[in-house]
Structure formats: structure tokens, C-alpha cells
Design a protein around this ligand. Sequence first.
Ligand SMILES: Cc1cc2nc3c(=O)[nH]c(=O)nc-3n(C[C@H](O)[C@H](O)[C@H](O)COP(=O)(O)OP(=O)(O)OC[C@H]3O[C@@H](n4cnc5c(N)ncnc54)[C@H](O)[C@@H]3O)c2cc1C
Length: 406
Amino acid sequence: MARQTASDVTAEAVVVGAGPAGLTAAIALALGGIETVLVAKRPDRPDNRTSALLAGSVAALDVLGVWEACRAHAAPLRTIRLVDDTRRLLRAPEVSFSAGEIGLNAFGHNIENRHLVAALEARAAALANLRRIDAPAKGVRLGEAAAIVELQDDSSLAAQLVIGADGRNSLCRVAAGVATDGFAYPQAALTLNFAHARPHGDASTEFHTESGPFTVVPLPGNRSSLVCVVAPGEAERLAALPADALSQTVERRAHSILGKVAVEPGRGVFPLAVETAQRFAANRVALVGEAAHVVPPIGAQGLNLGLRDAATIGELAVKARRQRTDLGADAVVARYDRLRRPDVASRTAAVDMLNRSLLADFLPAQALRGLGLYLLDQVGPLRRAIMREGVAPSASEPRLMRGETL
Ligand SMILES: Cc1cc2nc3c(=O)[nH]c(=O)nc-3n(C[C@H](O)[C@H](O)[C@H](O)COP(=O)(O)OP(=O)(O)OC[C@H]3O[C@@H](n4cnc5c(N)ncnc54)[C@H](O)[C@@H]3O)c2cc1C
């Protein structure tokens, strides 16, 4: 993949945004034979987060030739434990999910975003029909036969299909005339990675507290990542603590299940919000990843949805190309919107319900949550159905997630 500047280039598809969702979409398109240009702006700050990638996402990255470079950096998730850590009157029983119960070796793998993005960038660089331009897009003009992506140096790129993968403040979404619905929660997530004395046993533990989940997820060796959801002021306070004090706080809140904790440099604070585009595609522009939907970091859904977006638009565009039809035709973008909406809506609703049930001081809501978790603990078929649905949506799973080529 040659890095170059653009001067009024024509491509079959242009992907705007080189985060994990955009890179995956660009690789899928290019592997399907589509002449693709990736317009990449460097992120504003380093990303110290990790992503728990569910089995379908790992299968897709494997088919795209990316997973091999991720493997050594990823830890399997074989057990997921939910622990009620509230001090409320009605507390839920502890529930433990094991991948073996549904015939899987692991629910998925947890990997630092920097390693995932490096593996995607290396794969993208090796594809001859994928060109990368390191410059921000400054606008998108919509035309009858093509959409035009304008770059900061005043050059432009014309394409049948533009994939907007430019994150939550998506310029592509605005240009396509798509509004969003959403709201903010009174919470923020503190993220960091840490070393610990005891092995994690490939288990992720989610402590449910009154302010939100405190989730530790395994990384290779005796290391884990933390997503700690608390009130925004508390997240800032924790993020500003000296390393020793923060290590002790993390160990205490994790009930010392991993022994002594040593936090690593690099902390992030992310306000929690839901934002969903009213349409996932319109006017030759298809939105993927956080350009289309933002969900709270609970239950590891965000990027898994983003990768399913990338796999779906890849599948539709490659099919259109094989049929020698317009990649950005109304029928293609309308189908993309139809295929993605149920998956995004159901996951967003489930995450919202779980989060609200934790925040609710209302006793019947707590009782209902306790009952739900009790049933999950006691009723094997229900637990297995929930696990299967959690790993992969039962409806319209894209080919790449099933381990099939496009
Ligand atoms: C605390 C936290 C923990 C999370 N944990 C998980 C998890 O375990 N599992 C999971 O599945 N998801 C998780 N997520 C969600 C996941 O991190 C996001 O879904 C994912 O990072 C979004 O990727 P993206 O490629 O859509 O967007 P981004 O990563 O935001 O990428 C957008 C890219 O577009 C570029 N860009 C922006 N504007 C322009 C422009 N004008 N021109 C060119 N480029 C542009 C940006 O520089 C950036 O590189 C978590 C989220 C949070 C906040």
C-alpha cells in the first residue's frame, strides 16, 4: 500500500478514518478486489484501551489475514464472572459463564488496541489495491454518480461508495445528512492496564457496583486491563492518583482476586453515552463503527459491532462489484442499513438495561435484576442461549464472522 498525497483521484471506494473499524473495512474491500483509498488522520491521543473481541470478530480478522499478527498479544477469555458488589438489600447471585458450555474454546480474546491497530495497518500496507493517504478529510460532497471526499490540501477523491469510519464526531455522517439520537449517562469509564501477582486463569470478572461495573479482563501473562465505570468526578480523581495509591485502590476494588496490583503508565477517562445514527447509510455514504453507533463500554459490544459493520459493508460492496453494479447504489446502502439496525439496536438496548438496573435505587428494579441473574445461574438452556447470542447475533451474521471469505 503506497502512502501518497491525492490530487483528484478516482477510486471505487474511499474509507475515511483509520481506526480499527475503518482499517477492517478497507482491508475487506481491497481483498474483494475493490480499488480502495484509505484517508487517515492520526488519532489526537494514544489509545491505551483494550478490546475484548468476541469469537466472530476473531474469525473475521483471521480470514482477513490480520489475526496471526495479533495472536501473541491476545489473551483468551474462557470464563466470564458477574459479581454483585453492591451493598444493597437485594443482591444478585454470582453468575459464571464458561465458553466450554457452548462448545467454544474461548468466548473471544482481549488485546490492546495499539497491537490490534498495528496488525491492521501492517496488513493494509501489504495490499496493492489499497492506497493510504495520511491527511484529514475536510468535507464530503454528494453527487449523482459519485461522492467526492475533499482533503485538507484541497485535493479530492471521487468514489462510488464512501465508508465513514471517522469516529463519534463523524464528518461523513454530517455530510450525508444523517442525524443521531442519543443521551449521556452520569458516568465515565477509567481505563488502565495493570500487572498482578496471581494468574487470572483466562477469566474476566465484572464487579457490579452502585456506580457501574468494575471489569477486569485478562491480557497475556499476569496482566489485565481495567474498565472502571464511576461518576465523572470520581473517574478524574482516580486518574490523577499517584501510581501506588491507584494500584492499592484497584486491588481493593478487585477484592484482591489477582493479588498485588501494579498499574502501568497510561490512563484514559471516557464519558459514557449512547449515540445512534438515524440511518447507517445514505447518499453513497455507509457509516461504520462509532460513526454509526456509540455504546457504553459494558459487555464488550462497541468494536465487535463496528467489525460486524465493516464485514457487512465489505460483503455487500464485493457482491455489487461482482455483479458489475454501482457500489454506492441506493439498493446497496439501503440493504446495509436494514442488515445492521437490529443488531445495533438490540445490543444498545441490552447494555442500557444492564447499566440502568445497576444505577436504579428502585427496589423492584433491583429485585428484577437479581431474578434475571438467578435464572441465568440456575437455568442451563437459558444461560447457553444468552451466551450464544452474546458471542454472535443469531440474525444476519456476516460471512467473515462465520470464517468465510467474501
Ligand atoms: C473504555 C472503553 C472500553 C472499550 N472496550 C471495548 C471492548 O472491550 N470491546 C469492544 O468491542 N469495544 C470496546 N470499546 C469500544 C471501542 O473502543 C470502539 O468501538 C472503537 O474504538 C471504535 O473504533 P472506530 O474505528 O469506529 O473509531 P475510532 O477508533 O474513533 O477511529 C476513528 C478514526 O477516524 C479518524 N478520523 C476522524 N476524523 C477524520 C477525518 N476528518 N479524516 C480522516 N480521519 C479521521 C480518527 O483519527 C481515528 O483514527 C470500548 C470503548 C471504551 C470507551
